[in-house]
Write a protein that binds this ligand. Structure first.
Ligand code: ZN
Length: 295
């Protein structure tokens, strides 16, 4: 019985040795990670699970972080149009969580169609140290090209805030172009395009043309949430990596999109992209510290 068991136990070791998995781990960056894209519930009625272990509750976020060497998580809420009381409640809840748990960084939200009320809310959270505002054209139901969005971006520029824009709409194939135009025309605002445009990512290469202009301040950043697990180990991988390197690895950051994706799996999917260890260190950690002004 003992001999039989030892044979069984040796099989995975043999497999690891043959595939070289243990060796390839040393070729990857395995240090501290900052997760730039984490969804948290601020109302019990909005708690939901993506697996038996993974819900959008604060408890699950805090439980998952140490398992993936995540030292900071950026937690996100999303404002609804026409309900400023709810927007303030969401933003206050996110800020309170970041005070209670110093490993969390707050991302607040407003709705562009709320006009002056949205600007007042941006000023209010900015005074409390919030640097990033989340906007999601598809789920907040607005078009990126409308003047209300341009006005909000101008306000963000005045406050030197960062706008985290979801950058994939299944209903608006021109959205990447609209986002790039916004960023080009508002050089004082900084942008993170979440999910790196997903399946529309080649359109981001338009930024190569922008870089030719002396006034362009490289104010567009990206998180690779969702796109890394979906395309990172696909036939599109080489194009994806080429796009990242052409735009510049310094603009790219890790995000898990928790709880939609397991952070450990999301990290593995970035490793599968075949970036160098130095590039991985920038993407997983250094670029985020630079954008957020951490230490
Ligand atoms: Zn998300």
């Amino acid at each position: 019985m003992r001999i039989h068991l030892s044979h069984v136990l040796c099989l995975p070791l043999l497999f690891t040795a043959l595939t070289g998995n243990s060796q390839s781990n040393t070729q990857h960056y395995n240090g501290k990670v900052i997760d730039m894209h984490v969804h948290v519930s601020v109302k019990e009625s909005e708690n939901h699970a993506f697996s038996a272990q993974r819900t959008n509750t604060i408890q699950d976020i805090l439980a998952f972080m140490p398992r993936s060497s995540i030292v900071k998580s950026v937690i996100i809420t999303m404002a609804r149009q026409g309900d400023m009381q709810d927007t303030r409640f969401r933003n206050d809840s996110i800020i309170a969580l970041s005070h209670r748990y110093p490993s969390l960084i707050p991302i607040c939200s407003v709705h562009p169609m709320d006009g002056d009320s949205a600007f007042i809310e941006m000023e209010r959270v900015h005074k409390q140290g919030v640097q990033i505002i989340k906007l999601h054209p598809n789920s907040q139901h607005f078009d990126v090209a409308v003047p209300e969005v341009a006005a909000l971006v101008k306000k963000a520029g005045e406050l030197h805030m960062v706008l985290l824009f979801d950058s994939y709409s299944p209903l608006d194939g021109d959205e990447i172009g609209k986002l790039i135009m916004l960023a080009a025309m508002n050089q004082d605002a900084r942008f993170i395009f979440a999910h790196m445009g997903m399946v529309n990512f080649p359109q981001l290469l338009t930024i190569e043309a922008l870089k030719k202009y002396p006034w362009y301040k490289s104010n567009i950043w990206f998180d690779v949430s969702a796109i890394a697990p979906i395309l990172g180990n696909s036939p599109f991988r080489d194009q994806l990596v080429w796009t990242i390197r052409t735009i510049g690895i310094d603009q790219f950051m890790f995000g898990s999109d928790f709880p939609l994706f397991d952070p450990t799996e999301a990290i593995k999917s970035v490793h599968a992209m075949g970036l160098t260890k130095e590039e991985e260190q920038k993407l997983f950690y250094t670029n985020a510290t630079r954008l957020l002004g951490l230490q």
